[in-house]
Ligand binder design. Sequence first.
Ligand code: UD1
Ligand code: MG
Length: 465
Amino acid sequence: MSFPVDVVIMAAGKGTRMKSKTPKVLQRLGGRALSAHVIACAQRLGARRAVVITGHGAEQVEAALRPLGGQLALDFVRQEPQLGTGHAVQQALPALGDDGVTLVLSGDVPLTRPETLAALLQVCRDEHLALLTLEMPDPTGYGRIVRDAVGDVQAIVEHKDATDEQHRITEIYSGIMAVPTRLLRGWLARLDNRNAQNEYYLTDIVKFAVADGARVLAHRISDAVQVAGVNSPAQLAELERALQRRQADELMTAGVRLADPARFDLRGELVCGSDVEIDVNCVFEGRVELGDEVRIGANCVIANARIAAGAVIHPFTHIDGEKAGVTVGEGALIGPFARLRPGAQLGREVHIGNFVEVKNSTLADGAKANHLAYLGDATVGERVNYGAGSITANYDGANKHRTVIEADVHIGSNCVLVAPVTIGAGGTVGGGSTVTKSTPAGALTVARGKQFSLADWKRPSKQKG
Ligand code: UD1
Ligand code: MG
């Protein structure tokens, strides 16, 4: 763009039909706020700044959006009370530069493509008033584009103000316009609220433009999803599907094999190598990386994780690295029904089987825990075999302690390793042992019977085990 673009994002409205305590523009779509999508779009357009008009839930909206600015200068302007869309844009005027174009967007219209807005800005060219419009079979409720005999746009008439004849017009105003800021300023000053809703309509600037002899151009698109707003839970769900389908199509274009794009959910960022296969009903959240030839079975939930080439995640596995992340090494086999929690770092060819939970633990190459086990705050050496029903007792009621299991150790079934404790390399711990003291390398340890007194148990806190 040869001119600066300042975006105004209208986000003051209440959204009564959501029936939610959360402000409408913070309702989540694809894992982020509706208005976060709009800000991301402004960023991709290369806008100079974005001014968000807040009103209902202003503090919450501002707190949620403020960190999202990035390169974009992000300002917030309060509109109280809300006297209409024209009044909303009036509030933003002090933050807008006369050297540029103002692009008006809505915080509850999340799926507009940046290319569509770039095309609208090309139509505006820092000279004309450019309106994004759409043909709608049922235009009820929308502002109608009124044209003269030769097809030039004369006005936008709101549904509630329209005559019967105007109600039959099927070209509607999307709510998105681009307008040279120096012209906008003059036109907004002339608004009044003498209309059916006693509101200051932004759409009235069209008739001022026409009166001033400025050109009003409509850029008509056919993809309704791009201008669809969210007013109800049903519309939110509909746009969620549209977004998911769009993301699924992008991944498939990049070569990812999705068993069924209609049963795929990405609520964050998914980076895939080549020949990745993802079965049905998987949910990806946060940032997830899948290396070449990774296979994800059906019904997995995977968040904040890096899974290296050739690893297989069997069905019904839950992985959530939260802030600490989870890493799965090359060729590892995980699940079915496995749970990897923050700080699980698994080496190459590690096997984690059904009903095994791993938290804040490092498992070196070739280590295996195949059934019904817990490894928390543990350092596990190469080729360790960790038996069914065994756990690390990492928490004494007050503090967490580490368990170290050195290379080539065999831990039998139903063992309790009471941390802090180290099992020396190559050792074996017999089934049913409760190990409270470290063992030397190569030792066979069988420790059964009462090891604890109640005095060892410190006062429990609310910390998670
Ligand atoms: C508006 C347009 C209409 C268009 C439709 C498209 C006007 C007068 N009408 O109508 O031509 O077809 O959008 O969806 O512009 N908002 C504020 N402050 C206010 C009023 C609204 O921030 O005082 C925000 C709302 O939160 C919303 C956006 O502006 O994000 C649009 O407002 P809304 O009330 O939905 O306008 P419509 O009546 O739908
Ligand atoms: Mg609306």
